[in-house]
Design a protein around this ligand. Structure first.
Ligand code: C5P
Length: 212
């Protein structure tokens, strides 16, 4: 079974995808980390032609087994990730890696922006997670505060909105709900409630599939 989980920054898609992977005992790939690692590799070259060259080379050489979420989940890398994500050559280089992960025997859970539309249009179940921008900002703020970092909430809100806009307008992005995606709004849900809702969607979709 392949489960595709897409949604904007801090929508809860990563936590939900990890929860679904544990529930169904499937391997999980957070595809945002791939873009973050590529962004890191091109850091310091923004605004120069080398930014693109370095990003494409990093994407071509990326080892998905070598991604450190703790190190890559910072505001700076999120921003860099969305800048390399608009480069067609980067998306192309990361395509096979994600596709191979999805097609491993037994299936997988992948989360990102374009899993249901471009990477796995054939996924068994597609979830598109949404939550309003204020709620997403507050979640991210608490994540950073839990790590002992000080957070300027207004600046964080602007940063989330800026990244949303860049992702939405990415001409190579595929960041929109697939026509067969199930929308899940997590604005009012805590992690447990959101996971219960996601499991109910997946179970329902698989039961309907089994009938046909
Ligand atoms: O999911 P996360 O916030 O870690 O992703 C970082 C950035 O990587 C996103 O803002 C987006 O620009 C890019 N991305 C993408 N396609 C994906 C996953 C992430 O363009 N499948």
């Amino acid at each position: 079974m392949i489960i595709a989980v897409d949604g904007p920054a801090a929508s809860g898609k990563g936590t939900l995808a990890a929860g679904l992977a544990a529930h169904y005992r499937l391997p999980h790939l957070d595809t945002g980390l791939l873009y973050r690692a590529v962004g890191r590799a091109a850091q310091g070259h923004e605004g120069t032609p080398e930014f693109e060259t370095r990003a494409i080379a990093a994407a071509q050489q990326l080892d998905a087994g070598d991604l450190d979420p703790e190190f890559l989940t910072t505001r700076r890398t999120g921003d860099l990730a969305s800048k390399v994500a608009v480069i067609a050559g980067v998306r192309q280089a990361l395509f096979d890696l994600q596709r191979d992960f999805a097609l491993q025997a037994g299936g997988a859970v992948l989360d990102g922006r374009d899993i249901g539309t471009k990477i796995c249009p054939d996924a068994d179940v597609k979830l598109f997670i949404v939550a309003d921008a204020k709620a997403r900002m507050e979640r991210r703020a608490r994540q950073f505060e839990a790590r002992g970092q000080r957070v300027d909430r207004d600046a964080l809100y602007s940063q989330i909105e800026e990244r949303d806009a860049r992702d939405r307008n990415n001409p190579h992005g595929g960041f929109y709900p697939a026509s067969d995606a199930h929308l899940l709004d997590t604005t009012q849900l805590d992690i447990e409630a959101a996971l219960r809702a996601a499991v109910a969607i997946v179970d329902g979709a698989m039961a309907r599939k089994a009938k046909h």
